[in-house]
Design a protein around this ligand. Structure first.
Ligand SMILES: O=c1[nH]cnc2c1ncn2[C@@H]1O[C@H](CO)[C@@H](O)[C@H]1O
Ligand SMILES: [Zn+2]
Length: 396
């Protein structure tokens, strides 16, 4: 079976059209690495419609794929993480069978590879996919098989990609220890790390300490959604109590910075974050520690604009954090809800925040360095795939 392409317009085209054609082509062809992408946030709209029909789910707001794509984007454009997350009810509803999970994972790997992504870590919460009787292990096996099929499809199409999974526990629930054990049980079949996600305010990372301590005893990598809808205490707990190796978003780390003696939020009210001179910034202890320890920040600009964590792409702290040489990585979070892709995220930063092709190369290498993959494999991808890929485009 060849995966079908969606009839929905390509998310990046509109932004690329605003750029000089050679630059747009460079962004299209640039090697990409993605570390933060939710499986249940990246379905093709046409797949949601088809799976809903085959599994008898009649709750979709519309069965027209183009209208459905618009519905997800508009509903997610809510200014609140909690409302943004409500849209997942429809994607999760059609991911309750082995067949549905396998197809979604297969198409995910293929779609990412088609836009030049050479390595991706895709996360999902197994506990959300057991409503129709699948066991947690069956969920993981189905997704892993789907990724293997998608990688094979992509290789045949001439776009090789490596995909790994991250297992997410929902922070409002009480299954995190079980999910951490599930992840470790599947570590030799492509599961590369453990995460928590869901509403952040009121559900601090330390609530799941037991799960994180288990992962640490097993030398198993941890990333934590922190500093997205809630601020510094969440980031502080994720790092100092829970031992996170990376931060999901982490965008609110700027709350621990002063610019010319003013708190970040006050100082940037008038000026785009990217226009702030790095020399004017002083870091608090937590912000300094995140930079000193090279903690990777899995940044997702479009998603943050939708949930209200940032006013615009131009104002997004990612540009200041780049200037300050944090270990910044660029990601989509949820391609369906944010109507985005890696190509679009790159194009937005180039168009709206003054990023250069060299910056795109830098952020891509940062991501590869930060992957939950063995060190030698990361180096091989950087030296044999990413650097030559950019060199072929005249970058680096
Ligand atoms: O940006 C985010 N912040 C917090 N939680 C999220 C975000 N995106 C998705 N999810 C949550 O993670 C679950 C598993 O993939 C999704 O079902 C959604 O509830
Ligand atoms: Zn996320």
């Amino acid at each position: 079976m060849t995966p079908r392409t969606t009839a929905v317009p390509n998310a990046a085209d509109e932004v690329l059209a605003d750029l000089p054609p050679e630059l747009a082509e460079l962004i299209r062809r640039a090697p990409k690495v993605e570390l933060h992408d939710h499986l249940d946030g990246g379905l093709r709209p046409s797949t949601v419609v088809e799976l809903a029909e085959s599994c008898g789910y009649d709750g979709l707001p519309t069965t027209d794929p183009v209208e459905l794509a618009a519905w997800f984007r508009e509903s997610a454009d809510s200014g609140s993480l909690v409302r943004y997350l409500e849209t997942f009810v429809h994607t999760v509803a059609v991911m309750q069978t082995e067949e549905g999970l396998r197809r979604v994972a297969r198409e995910c790997a293929f779609d990412l590879a088609s836009e030049g992504t050479v390595y991706a870590e895709i996360r999902y919460a197994p506990e959300l996919h057991t409503e129709r009787g699948l066991s947690l292990d069956e969920v993981v096996t189905a997704v892993t098989e789907g990724f293997a099929e998608g990688m094979e499809d992509a290789r045949e199409a001439g776009h090789p990609i490596r995909v790994r999974s991250l297992l997410t526990a929902m922070r409002h629930a009480a299954m995190s220890r079980e999910i951490a054990e599930l992840a470790v049980r599947h570590r030799d079949t492509q599961v590369a790390g453990f995460d928590i996600a869901g509403a952040e305010d009121g559900f601090p990372p330390s609530r799941h300490l037991d799960a994180f301590e288990f992962c640490r005893r097993e030398n198993f990598p941890i990333t934590i959604h922190a500093g997205e809808a809630f601020g510094l205490p969440s980031i502080w707990e994720a790092l100092t109590w829970c031992g996170a190796d990376r931060l999901g978003h982490g965008v609110r780390i700027v709350d621990d910075m002063e610019i010319d003696g003013l708190p970040y939020a006050e100082a940037v009210a008038e000026v785009p974050a990217g226009a702030v001179a790095p020399t004017a910034v002083s870091l608090g202890r937590l912000a300094a520690s995140v930079r000193d320890k090279r903690i990777p920040l899995e940044m997702c600009p479009s998603s943050n604009v939708q949930t209200g964590a940032s006013a615009s792409i131009a104002a997004h702290p990612i540009s200041l954090l780049k200037a300050l040489k944090y270990r910044v990585t660029l990601n989509c979070d949820n391609r369906l809800m944010s109507n985005t892709s890696m190509t679009k995220e790159m194009a937005l930063l180039v168009r709206d925040a003054g990023w250069t092709p060299e910056d795109l190369r830098w952020v891509t290498i940062n991501a590869m360095k930060s992957a939950f993959l063995p060190f030698d494999e990361r180096l091989t991808l950087i030296n044999r795939v990413i650097k030559p890929g950019y060199a072929a485009l005249g970058v680096g």
